[in-house]
Design a protein around this ligand. Structure first.
Ligand code: APR
Length: 184
């Protein structure tokens, strides 16, 4: 799916985040910033050791990265020039501020990209793997947050959601239908 939003285009595709050619890709990291499984592991494997070195420098400078915040490193050997590392919430039933923290992870990443003049960015579906956030609920939050941000912040050419597998793709496409047809 590809649709204009403000001055940008929003794309929802199935694929692997590590091979994207947007200026930045977003990593679903953890507060330790030392790598892990899922998207995090894949990005560090594909991008090489330079990314971890930069993460260690950030860690030494500012300590752990709180949930909902974001930091930026170079992309190492990736096509993307930058990696924005953010930490989504661990799902624990939905009454512990998970929705707001997930929103904040997307917003922090977008704000950092904007600050750096980055014009194209790819997101994975943050928190919906190891962290257990229900996919449909996460998709609605992700899409609404990105849509609202790029409607008013005009520095972006493209925001891409890169979903791993058909199930995630379907959930994002149906969530997009819902938020574009149902107001609020
Ligand atoms: N490209 C795109 N999406 C991917 C890829 C990939 N290469 N690999 C996995 N995914 C998908 C998963 O299927 C899931 O839907 O990304 C989504 C997020 O999953 P996780 O990577 O597990 O991220 P998250 O749920 O936010 O958990 C973060 O996992 O690996 C650790 O260090 C990471 O501790 C942190 C935790």
């Amino acid at each position: 799916m590809e649709e204009p939003v403000g001055k940008a285009v929003l794309k929802i595709i199935a694929g692997d985040i590590t091979t994207q050619d947007t200026e930045a890709i977003v990593n679903a990291a953890n507060s330790g910033l030392m790598g892990g499984g899922g998207v995090d592991g894949a990005i560090h494997r594909a991008g090489g050791p330079r990314i971890l070195e930069e993460c260690k420098e950030i860690r030494a400078r500012q300590g752990k990265l709180p949930t909902g915040k974001a930091v930026i490193t170079g992309g190492g050997r990736l096509k993307a020039r930058y990696v924005i590392h953010t930490v989504g919430p661990v799902w624990s039933g939905g009454n512990r501020g998970e929705d707001e923290l997930l929103r904040s992870a997307y917003l922090s990443s977008l704000s950092l990209a904007k600050e750096r003049g980055i014009r194209s960015i790819s997101f994975p579906s943050i928190s919906t793997g190891v962290y257990g956030f229900p996919m449909h609920r996460a998709a609605r939050i992700a899409l609404r947050t990105v849509r609202d941000f790029i409607s008013t912040n005009t520095g972006f050419d493209e925001v891409r959601f890169v979903l791993f597998g058909d199930h995630a793709l379907k959930e994002f496409l149906s969530a997009w239908e819902e938020i574009t047809t149902v107001p609020g």
